[in-house]
Design a binder for this molecule. Structure first.
Ligand code: AMP
Length: 279
């Protein structure tokens, strides 16, 4: 695998590959890679000639400096995993390579930015769009692969791609779970043995709601889900929403796509998860 840490080097390497007509699939990540990330790479490999993964813990998307500081960084292990799945290129820039001092960014992406994750992590999606815009400009991929795990992120980046006419195909990949249902996440490393057990309430509640789902009974289901999660020791619910899959406002019987989304702190670790109820 080729490893690059500068924008110039990665662009220079990719340019003849693209000129020769090969397609480039891109998987942006913040590292601490797990099977969820690798499943994105494997899907990208099925559709593209060359695969590039980026590992960059993006400071501008963290509103809490402590969260940024303790975000897991495991680049040596990440490189081994990427080599095992035959990823072609790793782009692993430092912060100074990606940002100038005091750089400003604002993209008007509408109200979706302020809902759900946006409410609990103000400014998060400005940071996400900022870094993804830069990464897309550097890599110029044919297609980019993102997880359904970050459903709202996928919607917002897709909106940016549409608004700015970026020539990138956005592909959403299914959520990879541990055998007991917990959604894989780089943050799971921080869960204590007890947290790990309590965290299961998130996927169990999503499954329960999926089984019981009836689009006319949304507020009762939301209430039931919140009660189940709040009853779990060590778990503090941020939100449980049954949302329209496009607007992320509470779903209505007219919603064509419906998704249940949850965010909660389990011990000190904030986790998110979701499941499609209608697609
Ligand atoms: P992250 O490194 O957490 O920023 O994630 C990088 C990409 O991997 C994002 O598109 C995530 O949605 C995706 N991802 C994270 N966890 C999973 C998972 N359990 N299953 C599938 N994709 C995931």
């Amino acid at each position: 695998m080729k490893i690059f840490t500068t924008k110039a080097a990665v662009s220079q390497y990719l340019s003849p590959i693209k000129a020769s007509g090969k397609t480039v699939g891109f998987v942006p990540t913040m590292g601490a890679l797990h099977q969820g990330h690798l499943s994105l790479i494997e899907l990208a490999q099925q559709h593209n000639d060359v695969i590039i993964c980026s590992v960059f813990v993006n400071p501008s998307q963290f509103n809490d400096p402590k969260d940024l500081e303790k975000y897991p960084r495991t680049i040596e292990a990440d490189i081994k995993l990427l080599e095992q799945v035959n990823c072609d290129i790793l782009f692993n820039p430092g912060v100074n390579e990606m940002y100038d001092d005091n750089e400003q960014w604002h993209l008007n992406i509408g109200e979706t930015e302020h809902l759900l994750e946006g409410e609990f992590r103000p400014g998060h999606y400005q940071g996400v769009t900022q870094v993804v815009y830069k990464l897309f400009n550097i890599v110029k991929p044919d297609a980019a692969y993102f997880g359904q795990k970050d459903y709202q992120q996928f919607l917002i980046i897709s909106k940016m791609v549409d608004m700015l006419n970026m020539p990138v195909k956005m592909v959403m990949c299914p959520i990879k779970r541990e055998t007991d249902g917990l959604a894989m996440s780089s943050r799971n490393i921080h869960l204590s043995v007890d947290d790990r057990l309590h965290a299961l309430v998130l996927s169990k509640t999503l499954d329960f709601i999926k089984d019981k789902f009836d689009s006319h009974d949304i507020s009762a289901l939301k209430e039931e889900a919140a009660q189940l999660i709040n009853a779990e020791p060590g778990v503090e619910l941020d939100y449980f929403e049954i949302a329209d899959g496009e607007t992320l406002h509470t779903a209505t019987p007219d919603s064509e796509k419906i998704v249940a989304l949850v965010a909660a702190k389990v011990g000190k670790t904030r986790l998110i998860d979701n499941v499609m109820l209608k697609s």
